[in-house]
Design a protein around this ligand. Structure first.
Ligand code: PRP
Length: 186
């Protein structure tokens, strides 16, 4: 859904990462991942819906290694703006990951419960390797320590939208990552 300039100005407090900064970092991550998986021919990227759909699309188009693309959809149970830590599986991958090299692609690490759930779920499926690529991390909010192999940016503890991230399913398609004005979500 497109947003008018007026609507954006009304809800965005500040732009944390503009289009150029995101594109440059995504290119760097793609280059590193391409180098690390150069000898691998069965890489499976698993994008976590919905938030990771734009990051995944940009990242995968910059890869120079053969890979499969798949998605998983999860939702965290929230109480107001707070995660309860419980994660619900809505849609599983179609690809079997057993014996293959899996890279989970997430938009944001907040409390860490979602990535922790994913790592436990995929480990049980016995992939050959399992790594994580996360665009944004909010260290101030982390409750569960999870390994991140490829990280885009650390950000402050603000509600961010754009580039796939939402508030009440809005603002996902903004080209930048911006902090919402607190009065929008409080
Ligand atoms: C968001 C985000 C991550 C998760 C991170 O998903 O996309 O998957 O929360 O939070 P955590 O580290 O506290 O677990 P959300 O449940 O908002 O769903 P969405 O991606 O469909 O917007």
């Amino acid at each position: 859904m497109a947003h008018s300039d007026r609507e954006v100005a009304d809800v965005i407090q500040e732009v944390l990462l503009d289009e150029q900064a995101i594109a440059a970092r995504v290119a760097e991550l793609a280059e590193r991942i391409t180098a690390d998986y150069a000898e691998i021919d069965d890489l499976v990227l698993v994008g976590v819906l919905k938030g990771a759909f734009i990051f995944m699309a940009d990242l995968t188009r910059r890869f120079k290694v053969a890979h499969h693309v798949d998605f998983i959809a999860l939702s965290s149970y929230n109480s107001g703006t707070e995660s309860t830590g419980a994660v619900r599986l809505i849609m599983d991958t179609r690809t079997s990951v057993t014996g293959r090299n899996v890279l989970i692609v997430e938009d944001i690490l907040d409390t860490g419960h979602t990535l922790d759930y994913l790592l436990r779920t995929f480990s049980a499926r016995q992939p050959r390797s399992l790594r994580t690529c996360v665009l944004l991390s909010k260290p101030a909010r982390l409750q569960v320590k999870v390994p991140v192999d490829y990280l885009g940016f650390e950000i402050p503890d603000k509600w961010v939208v754009g580039y796939g991230l939402d508030f009440a399913d809005k603002y996902r398609t903004l080209p930048f990552i911006g902090a919402l004005k607190p009065e929008v979500y409080q």
